[in-house]
Design a protein around this ligand. Sequence first.
Ligand SMILES: [Zn+2]
Length: 266
Amino acid sequence: MEWHYANNGQKFGPVTEEQLLHLAQGGVIQPDTLVWHAGMTDWKPFRDAVPQAPPPVPADPYAPKRFCTSCGRQYAISELAMFGDSAICAECKPAWAQRLRQGMSSTAPMEYRYAGFWIRFLAIILDGMLTTFVFGLLFMLFFGSSVIEVFRQAAQAGRSGTDPFSLMGPMMGLSGSSRLLSTLLGIAYQAYFLSQFGATPGKMALGLKVIKTDGGPVSIGVAIGRYFATLLSGLILCIGYMMAGWDDKKRALHDRICNTLVIRTR
Ligand SMILES: [Zn+2]
C-alpha cells in the first residue's frame, strides 16, 4: 500500500506502509498528521488511519509467580496454562498437551524431576566454597585490624613473659564475632538468592531450583526459616540432609519443615 502524508501544507509520498511507520517512529509523522492512500475517501489523521499496535504491557514485577511444572522456569501466573494441578509455560505446552493426549490424566500429580542427594551435596559444596571466600574477605575487612592487634599482643606477651591467658578475652571475642558474621552471611545468602532467583549460585550452576510444594517461589521469610531448618538437618551426622536420599520427593528434613522441594530444571 502506498501512503501519502501532509506536513506543513505540503504533500509527501508515496511511501510504503513500513516507511510510514518508520517516519511515525522518528516523529516526522505525528498522530494528527494527515495521511491518505488510494481508496480512502478523505485524508485522515495518522492515528485514525493506521491501526496502531497497543503499547506492550510491562510485566508486573509484583504479579504472583510460580514455576512451570515441566521445565521448572519461573513465570507470572498469567503466563502459565493450568492443566489440573500442573502449571505449564507456553514453551512446554505443546509437549505437555501431547503427553495428555497419550493418556496421562490432566489431574496427574506434579511431574517435577526432584533433585537427589548427591547433586544437592555438590551444590552445597559449591556454595560453601563461594561463601567461605566471601566470608574471608568480609572478616578481613571488619576484623583484620583486631586480628593483627591480637597477634601483636601475643608477641609482646611472649617477650615480656606475661600470662598468655590474658589474651583469652580478645580471642574469644574474635571467635564470637566470626561466628556471628558467618551466620549473618549464611542467612543473607539464602534469603537473597532463594527469594530472587529460586536458587543459590551453587544450585544455579547445577540447574536446581528450590520451590514451594504448591509450585510457588520461596519468599524471603521461608528462605530464612529454611536456613535455620538446615542447621537442624546438620545435627546428628547430617541425617536430615540424608533424608533426601530415601524420600519419595527427595525432600531433606528442612524441605519437610518448610514445605519446599528441590527440582531439576534441566
Ligand atoms: Zn516450561
